[in-house]
Structure formats: C-alpha cells, structure tokens
Design a protein around this ligand. Sequence first.
Ligand SMILES: Cc1cc2nc3c(=O)[nH]c(=O)nc-3n(C[C@H](O)[C@H](O)[C@H](O)COP(=O)(O)OP(=O)(O)OC[C@H]3O[C@@H](n4cnc5c(N)ncnc54)[C@H](O)[C@@H]3O)c2cc1C
Length: 366
Amino acid sequence: MTVLGAGIGGLAAAIACKLRGYSVEVIEQAPALTEVGAGLQIAPNGGRVLDALGVRLAAPESEAIHIIDGLSNRSVIRMPLGPGFRLVHRADLIAALGDRAQALGIAVRLDRCVRTIAQDGRTLHFADGSIHRVRRLIGADGVRGAARAFVAPDHAATFTGQVAWRAIVPVTDWPREAQVHMGPGRHLVCYPLRDGRSLNLVAVEERAAWVADGWSQRDDPDVLREAFSGFAHGVRDLLDRVETVHLWGLMDHGLTPRWTRGTCTLIGDAAHPTLPFLAQGANLALEDAYTLARNLPEPSAWEALRRPRVARALSAAQANATRYHLSGGQRSVALSGLRLLGRVAPRLPLRGYGWLYDADVTGEPS
Ligand SMILES: Cc1cc2nc3c(=O)[nH]c(=O)nc-3n(C[C@H](O)[C@H](O)[C@H](O)COP(=O)(O)OP(=O)(O)OC[C@H]3O[C@@H](n4cnc5c(N)ncnc54)[C@H](O)[C@@H]3O)c2cc1C
C-alpha cells in the first residue's frame, strides 16, 4: 500500500492500514514532517479516530464556542462544549502522527514530489524524473495534489466570494474557548494554542473577485486591519499585534463526483475539500483514513457508505458562512434570538450537530 501525502489524512491512513496488517509506505514532497504554524480544532469525532489509532496528542480542551458581536464586542451566546473538543497546533498533530507511524515501522519517504500519475494508476512520475511503481494508492495529497488530478481531472471549483487570512498573535491568559466575532460581511475566529500564549486567528471577508491560487500567499497586515477597522476595540487590538499574515481565496469544490479510479482512492482534502466554517476538514480526513483502511480492498463500497456523511458536513459548513455574515435587520433579529437562547438554553444550538460530533466511526461497521 502506498499513501501519497504525509498530512493529517495520509499519516492516519498509513497507520490505520498498518494496524490492519498491510505493508505501507508514505510518499511526501516536503523535506521534513512539519506543518505551518496554525491551529486546528479537533472535535470528538476526529479524536476517537486518533485514540483508535493509538496516537497520543497533548492539546488543551476547548470549553466553549463563544459568539461575540464584532461591532460592539458584546457577548451574544457562549455555548459550552462537552469533553473531547481540542485546540491543536498543526505541528503537534503532525508530530504525534509521525511518531506513531515511526513506532509502527512505516517508511515515510520525504522530499519526493509526485508530478503526475500515469493512466494505469500504478506509476508515479516524480519531479526529479524518477518513476515508482505501486500496487494500490491512497491519494492524501490535498486539494492541489497529483492524485486528485488523476481521479477527478475535470472537476472545477468556483470562488465563494470570500477570502480568509490566517495569523498567530501573542496573548496572555486567553480563555480556553473558540471565539467567533461576527460582523456584516466578515467574521474573525480565534482560539488559544498550546500553553495559551499564542492565539490562532482566521479572519474572513466577502470580496467580489479572487485570482491567486493556494493558501500560502503573504499579505500586508494593514490590509487585514483595514478590513476589520469597523470592529470594536477587542478585535482591533488583536489585529494590531499581527506581524505576518497569509491570505487565500475560499473555493467551493462541491462534492467531487468520484473518489476512486482504478487502484487509486482519494481521502481528505484530495477527495472533498471543505470550507473552514465548521472546522471539520481534518476531522473528516481522520474518519476517511480509518474507515477506508477497514474497507480495503473495496473502496467503491466504502465511498458509497461514506459520501452521505461527508456531503452533510460540507453543506453544514457552507450554511455557517451565510449565518456569520448577516447584515441590517436580519442581523439584529439573529443576534437578539441568539442572546435569548444564550440565557435560557446555551447548549441547544450545538445539539443540532450531534450527528457530526457524537459519531464514532471506529465503532461502526462501515
Ligand atoms: C485556516 C484553516 C483552518 C482550518 N481549521 C480546521 C479545523 O479547525 N479543524 C479541521 O478539522 N480542519 C480544519 N481545516 C481543514 C484542514 O486543515 C484540512 O482539511 C486538512 O489539513 C486536510 O488534510 P489532508 O491530509 O487531506 O491534506 P493536507 O493537509 O493538504 O496534506 C497533504 C499532504 O500531501 C503533500 N503533497 C501534496 N502534493 C504532493 C505531491 N505532489 N507529492 C507528494 N506529496 C504531496 C503535502 O505536502 C501535504 O503534506 C482548516 C483549514 C484551513 C485552511
């Protein structure tokens, strides 16, 4: 078994396959197992996969999701979370997966960039001109990877009309919660990482057009500050601390028509890139990895069982985008309704996501 990509999905798939007795190798373009400095929220559904794979991850639990009116800095609703929601530094998650892979003796071949996959699905052509033959391939090389280009070559994405910035800023004594500061046409999500001395920021703004590709493009922090200049001092103070910021356009990829071609099966972002408004991309990649390993060598059956859950998560993420950016009368009504709910039943809104967070794919037959 060859896994292409040593990201979250690829390493998890390699571990899951190895635990089921497959001989596994992982091919990764980066020269080292590392990740850019950014955060991730791992929900109980993804955490259960990590536990089942024996991956030990030290990361603080998140206590709540706190919606705040970005214009006034007033609390709207603080929704307490049950156990199992973790605030994770990406580098820590990759390191934990890498350690587990190493302990299981999985070969991770670094600095090997696959340029194309031949029509037979079994021949990998590397950027340095070399060739590698595989028997079965799990494509976990992300949205711009060679595996997705092989399995779904004509699947185009459309710009959602939103761009996002990510940054990390220093803080002290930040509450262990994910805050969503909402404003008309834009919002900012922030949560603390590691020992609480750094805050992960993702800021989203609606825009008419976008041309650049990828999510590693640097931007001027003043552009971000200007976009949120109408927000209250709490957010403006955070943005004043930003020194380095990355910007990318949010694309709607829809549900890729197929995830398997011949002996190559896609998982994670390669199969179904998701918008970040539900914080589930990595969690879904973990679920994919575990369930695919259990269903090999019948990936088509796995795909048929897996699609409805992934489709539901993708549309739930899309729905959040609209809710966060309301303006005018709709906004006032929504904020008043949420404030009332916050006083009488603050846990209620998250109960609607039981289908997502409470699922234990490690215990189900598919
Ligand atoms: C700002 C932001 C915040 C997010 N927050 C959350 C969150 O809170 N919770 C959550 O669950 N998800 C979140 N996500 C989504 C999550 O990051 C992704 O869904 C997840 O990383 C997908 O993992 P993956 O393994 O499928 O792909 P990737 O993480 O993209 O990994 C792909 C790997 O393949 C390698 N690769 C690519 N091309 C090649 C090639 N040609 N040859 C060899 N190797 C190759 C790459 O180097 C990389 O290591 C967020 C995303 C963003 C952008």
